[in-house]
Every structure is written in structure tokens, then in C-alpha cells.
Design a protein around this ligand. Structure first.
Ligand SMILES: Nc1ncnc2c1ncn2[C@@H]1O[C@H](COP(=O)(O)OP(=O)(O)OP(=O)(O)O)[C@@H](O)[C@H]1O
Length: 251
């Protein structure tokens, strides 16, 4: 694999919205080709952090550096994938890939569809696709131009558990093949551990935990090591309120 991913620096980054501090003093260096997962309770600022990295919103203070140059405006390296696929229903599947990318060769659209296992649906309408297939299409659109940064905002949140695991494996496979830097926002602690080199926990407006995952890439969800990391992360999120199960049992 050739590493083509961007290097990112978040330097003293802060964001206030309507006079309320959402994020404060965020400092982080992300290596080229690294896979980062961001977790934290609802409303803690995960999407806001992703939007700052995408250049969709400006920091109130501090800087996002892209390969050591300050980012101004939209991040040219980034493609974003959201929880909803945001498809154009009046365009065929392959056109949905090609349209988002004005300079894209239609052959590349077909190739991207092939990479996500949707080549045989290229000439169908998106309305006929299942939820999982719609997200495959969104993923094809995101990777078709070989981005050097892929930002994933809870992309599998609406999928059933089995499809979700299939999609996670697909993202990992594409990440290995293309070498982009990946940042995944998720509510699913297992998803974060399964995919990431490092898991960040956002709490109290900043990065409360920055945990490298030293597991082999063939991660076994049932393994004791995996379970121990999950416990550590859930403990950090819920503090004294965890473990929830024993609380419920003892109630
Ligand atoms: N445009 C906006 N106007 C006002 N408040 C906003 C705006 N965007 C975000 N916020 C607030 O900022 C906080 C962080 O929002 P953000 O969407 O980043 O959280 P999140 O961690 O991604 O949440 P979730 O996990 O529920 O998606 C929330 O309290 C939200 O209400």
C-alpha cells in the first residue's frame, strides 16, 4: 500500500457557537494514513470537530494544519460520508458517483462501484437500493477520486448490525488499499476499537482520552484484549455511573 494520506495538525483549536463553547483547546497531530475514531456522548462536539477538519466551519480560535499548511476554507483533501447517503434519486447509480466529482472519468465511477461490490447495480435507480447498498454507493462516491482524507460521520448508524459489520470491513479494506487518512465519528465503541489506530474521547469540550489501540489488525471482537479496551473506554465515558448493567441488576 502506498501511503497517500494527509498529515493533520489541530493546534489550539476552539469553537464557540452562539456564545457557547463547544470545543476548547483541541491539540492533536494525525499521521499520514492513520485511522482515528472519535467517540463521546451525544452533543459533545464530535460532528463539530469533523466539520472543522473538513473546513465546513471556521474555528473560533486556533488552526487546522493540512500537511503543515494552515487550512483556509474547504479542505481540498477531504471527502465526507454522512449517516444518510444524500443521493440524487433521478440519477442512476453510476451518475450519483460521477456527479459529485466534476472531473471524474465515468470509468472511475464504475471502478469505484466495483470496489464496493455494487458494479452490477450501476445502471439502476438509487430508489431500488437497500439501506446498506445506499451506503455502499455513498462510500463509492467518497472514494472514487482517491481522496487523501476520508471523514466518516456516523456512516453506519442507521444500518442493521450485520450490514454494519460488513461495511466496517469494507472501509478497512479500502483504507488499506488506498492509504488515505481516515477519521470516523461513531457512537459505537466496538466499531471504534475494530477500526482505529487511535480512539479519541471528547468530553467537557476537549480530548479527554487519546487511546492508541495496540491490537493486531485482524481484531477479534470476542478476545479478552478487545473486551478490556471496551471496558476502559466505557469506564471513561460513564465514569462512576459504569458498569450500567450491574446498576440495573442491583436496582
Ligand atoms: N449550528 C448550530 N447552532 C447552535 N448549536 C449548535 C450548532 N451546531 C452544533 N451545535 C451544538 O453544539 C453541540 C455539539 O454538537 P455536535 O453535533 O458537534 O455534537 P455530536 O457530538 O456530534 O452529537 P451527536 O452524537 O448527537 O451527533 C451541541 O450541543 C449542538 O446543539
Amino acid at each position: 500500500m502506498s501511503i497517500r494520506g494527509v498529515e493533520l495538525g489541530l493546534r489550539g483549536l476552539g469553537k464557540a457557537i452562539a456564545n457557547r463553547t463547544i470545543l476548547h483547546d483541541i491539540n492533536l497531530e494525525i499521521k499520514p494514513g492513520e485511522f482515528i475514531a472519535i467517540i463521546g456522548k451525544s452533543g459533545c462536539g464530535k460532528t463539530t470537530l469533523l466539520r472543522l477538519i473538513a473546513g465546513l466551519t471556521e474555528p473560533t480560535i486556533g488552526q487546522v494544519a493540512l500537511d503543515n499548511s494552515p487550512l483556509a476554507g474547504l479542505n481540498p483533501a477531504a471527502r465526507v460520508m454522512f449517516q444518510d447517503a444524500r443521493l440524487l434519486p433521478w440519477k442512476r447509480v453510476w451518475e450519483n458517483v460521477a456527479l459529485g466529482l466534476p472531473n471524474l472519468n465515468p470509468e472511475h465511477a464504475l471502478q469505484a462501484l466495483h470496489q464496493v461490490g455494487l458494479a452490477d447495480r450501476a445502471y439502476d435507480w438509487p430508489l431500488g437500493l437497500s439501506g446498506g447498498e445506499r451506503q455502499r454507493l455513498a462510500l463509492a462516491r467518497a472514494i472514487a477520486n482517491m481522496p487523501s482524507l476520508l471523514l466518516l460521520d456516523e456512516p453506519f448508524g442507521a444500518l442493521d448490525a450485520l450490514t454494519r459489520i460488513e461495511m466496517q470491513q469494507l472501509v478497512e479494506q479500502l483504507w488499506r488499499a488506498q492509504g488515505f487518512t481516515a477519521i470516523l465519528v461513531t457512537h459505537d465503541v466496538e466499531e471504534a476499537i475494530a477500526l482505529a489506530d487511535r480512539v479519541l474521547l471528547i468530553q467537557n469540550q476537549h480530548i479527554a482520552l487519546n487511546l492508541p489501540i495496540h491490537l493486531p489488525r485482524s481484531r477479534q471482537r470476542g478476545s479478552a484484549e478487545f473486551a478490556a479496551i471496551k471496558e476502559q473506554l466505557l469506564g471513561a465515558i460513564f465514569g462512576a455511573g459504569y458498569p450500567l448493567t450491574s446498576r440495573v441488576v442491583g436496582a
